[in-house]
Design a protein around this ligand. Sequence first.
Ligand code: 9YT
Length: 132
Amino acid sequence: MIVRHIDEIRGTQREVQAPRNQWVSRRMLLKNDNMGFSFHETIIRAGTKTHIHYRNHLEAVYCVAGNGRIEEIKNGTVHEIRDGVMYALNEHDEHFLYGGSEDMRLICVFNPPLTGKEVHDENGVYPLVTDG
Ligand code: 9YT
């Protein structure tokens, strides 16, 4: 059994800051935990905008605190995000994620799991990833 507290992740390689500090993500489960998915807590900082496109992964995200918005780039549709809202990128949807009036706390699951070695480009986009 794996049992971890978020405080054990902080300050380790499993805690990753966005290039421009728009978010911080704590990877509670990664590929090498052998669960078949990865599991993250991501804090989206208030007032920020991040361009995200996970070309090789499906992701579901559940908001448990704070608020923000997600904009679908293909059609401009904007969805409000607050405690209790889930979104799933079932079509590898390219999007902008906006922090709202306060930091947004998100619980995220990826299939296939992130390895932890993925690198974001200068826009905060995950480029094509080769799982290693
Ligand atoms: C909100 C969101 O997409 N979070 C994903 C996790 C984060 N990009 C990470 O751990 O790299």
